[in-house]
Write a protein that binds this ligand. Structure first.
Ligand code: MG
Length: 379
């Protein structure tokens, strides 16, 4: 079904009537577009609910005020949807990709991914982005006639941010663009950049709240100090967290405005007039201007050096390492330690030589808290 809203989209926006369809045939939805249906399936999935208890940067129960994967995901969806509307792109598709973009994350954030990848090095490795696709294609277990969520091709393809050629060959049509060197849709490109806008800015707020970084440090970054000056000129008596929050608000506004304007410029300069122009173009169409790209990179480098590499955050990395390595070893030596439901559901895979992949799926699906409880129980 198409609806009035899709009539008003730009010619280079992806419309649900153009979908290449789902892996398993289903009757078209009556009241919704196919991309709306995808979005709603993602929200009803188990993996989506678990995002609430997964680390973004700070372990979930270090404090109630920090971002989790879930609140991060909602922020990405909000920024991406607003930008999609301004560019007359498909909001529903953009939102579906945004809501699913981090489903494949392990407990304990990137630290968890790295150690799980190490555990799986002889069995095909682990990468959270590929895992997101695996969850929506295979692991969600709720529909009678198929495994996974049976989402549209465009949502699935939009989720795959990067992929090696070797892996792309195994994944088939959904990853073909990596082999053919084609681009993803504008909706997918937009989600990627909005992910960055969201985490760079909320990590400033969370980092300050956790006292891992300071306003004085941030003042060395021109993107922060310029926006802070604007705020203090308007409100000279402003203090505390209001300064940070107002500054971050202006930075997000600056980045989003630049992204929209520069993308419009690219669309015009490169004469992009349909979806295939987007896919066949030799670079990304959704991008910041050069000046803003520089400022954004500067901020990213700062957060990497001062927040993600902060001794307290690294300490969490070491804890993730210990927990995940030991859990992986324990399940490998006794597969029946998996929950009985999960064990029964995967019995065929276990018996046909994919024991390690099943264990990897089990651990990747854990929340921070469940991983810690399970570790306490077993060791
Ligand atoms: Mg993300």
């Amino acid at each position: 079904m198409s609806n009035d809203f899709e009539q008003n989209l730009a010619p280079y926006a992806l419309k649900s009537s153009q979908t290449l369809g789902r892996l398993f045939h289903e009757e078209p939805a009556r009241l919704r577009t196919e991309f709306q249906r995808d979005r709603e399936r993602i929200i009803h999935s188990t993996a989506f609910r678990r995002l609430e208890y997964k680390t973004q940067v700070f372990v979930n129960h270090e404090g109630d005020m920090y971002r989790t994967r879930l609140t991060h995901t909602i922020e990405v969806a909000q920024i991406a949807r607003a930008s999609a509307r301004a560019l007359k792109l498909n909001e529903d598709l953009t939102e579906a990709i945004s809501l699913a973009h981090d489903l494949g994350h392990t407990p304990f954030g990137h630290a968890g991914q790295d150690v799980l990848n190490l555990c799986m090095k002889d069995f095909g490795g682990f990468e959270h982005n590929i895992q997101s696709l695996r969850i929506i294609d295979k692991l969600e277990n709720r529909y009678a006639s198929f495994s996974g969520l049976n989402l549209c091709f465009e949502t699935r393809e939009g989720l795959l941010k990067k992929c090696s050629i070797a892996r792309a060959k195994k994944l088939g049509a959904v990853a073909e663009r990596f082999i053919n060197k084609k681009q993803s849709s504008l909706e997918a490109q937009l989600t990627n950049v909005c992910d960055e806008i969201a985490y760079n800015n909320h990590d400033i707020q969370d980092g300050i709240r956790a006292k891992k970084i300071s306003i004085e440090q941030l003042e060395n970054l021109s993107i922060f100090s310029d926006q802070m000056k604007i705020i203090l000129k308007k409100y000279p008596k402003l203090s505390g967290s209001k300064i940070v929050n107002e500054t971050v608000r202006l930075i997000i506004n600056l980045l989003v405005t630049d992204l929209i304007n520069n993308t419009k410029k690219n669309i015009k300069n490169e004469s992009i007039s349909c979806v295939s122009d987007v896919k066949n173009f030799n670079a990304l169409i959704v991008s910041f201007s050069d000046d803003i790209k520089k400022l954004s990179m500067e901020l990213k480098r700062f957060l990497y050096a001062n927040l993600y590499q902060h001794p307290d955050v690294v300490k969490m990395t070491n804890q993730a390492d210990l927990i995940i390595k030991n859990l992986f070893a324990a399940y490998t030596s006794d597969i029946k330690l998996l929950s009985n439901d999960f064990y029964q559901y995967n019995l065929d895979k276990i018996n046909s030589g994919f024991k390690e992949r099943v264990i990897c799926d089990y651990i990747a699906g854990m929340t921070d808290r469940f991983a810690q409880q399970e570790y306490k129980k077993l060791f």
